[in-house]
Design a protein around this ligand. Structure first.
Ligand SMILES: [Zn+2]
Length: 272
């Protein structure tokens, strides 16, 4: 099933389907789905990693879910932690404060567990929880869910099961076993993973959203945004993050063309 195609064919049916997929996915990790969505809304916290990719893919083809990765800002760190500990009964099993080799925007990672359910809370000091997503090892995982939307930053490639290795990975010579293992997981699931953008199809350099040297933003036309139906929540939430901050990025890296010599720098910025 093609996500993009069915969307125009039968919008209402797809809305119900997507709402139900989200509900099923979240139920695997939280008791109170609406309360959790309310928390996401209030704190600008997002869900990413394989759970977001899961939603993009047809149910039958989706990569099995073992854990959920959620991303929050330092500002709401305590509130999100409290929610999982007090309302959902999770225990923090590990806190790591290291900045990983390739994710300099990550301040802290909390590993939380409740029986077989595992949730990682990744905290950034940047103004938007989206920022660490842009440092992922591959474009296939540059997808996320906010309280209201599902967003895919490279939807065409992701839908075609193609993935570009983030140029950060080899520019900084930081490829390590963990990263290679992470990439292999996608190859095993049928993804074509490469560090050469032209192997994924031709593009108009510096213009196409699929050129790593192009500067993109999270609201541009090449970003796929899916709006979930609004959920009814108990009580009146004061909306702190009525919409997420716009994040601007450029993957950067070597020139796409073989004889080119204009490398472009990796860039990430948050616009108010
Ligand atoms: Zn290019």
């Amino acid at each position: 099933m093609s996500f993009a195609k069915t969307r125009s064919e039968n919008e209402e049916g797809v809305r119900e389907y997507m709402d139900r997929r989200r509900e099923d996915l979240l139920k695997g990790f939280v008791k109170d789905v609406n309360d959790f969505i309310d928390l996401l809304e209030r704190t600008g916290t997002i869900i990413s990693g394989s759970s977001a990719l899961h939603l993009f893919q047809a149910k039958s083809a989706a990569i099995a879910l073992r854990d959920m990765d959620i991303y929050g800002t330092h500002e709401f760190e305590e509130e999100v932690l409290k929610h999982f500990k007090e309302k959902e009964g999770y225990e923090v099993t590990l806190i790591s404060e290291r900045k990983t080799e390739y994710s300099s925007t990550i301040k802290k990672v909390y590993k939380m567990q409740k029986e077989m359910q595992k949730v990682d809370l990744i905290i950034t000091e940047w103004a938007s929880a989206i920022v660490p997503i842009l440092q992922y090892h591959s474009t296939a995982v540059m997808n996320y869910m906010t309280a209201r939307t599902f967003v895919s930053l490279y939807p065409k490639w992701t839908n075609d099961m193609k993935s570009l290795v983030n140029p950060r990975m080899y520019l900084g010579d930081t490829a390590n076993i963990r990263t290679v293992t992470a990439l292999m997981k996608y190859v095993r699931h049928g993804f074509r993973v490469t560090a050469e953008p032209f192997q994924l199809g031709i593009h108009d350099c510096l213009r196409s959203a699929y050129c790593p040297s192009t500067t993109r933003n999270t609201l541009d036309d090449n970003t796929l945004r899916w709006e979930f139906s609004k959920v009814k929540t108990v009580g009146n939430t004061t909306v702190a993050c009525s919409d997420m901050a716009i994040v601007i990025w450029r993957l950067g890296g070597d020139d796409c063309e073989e004889d080119g010599n204009n490398d472009s720098a990796t860039y990430i910025g948050v616009a108010a």
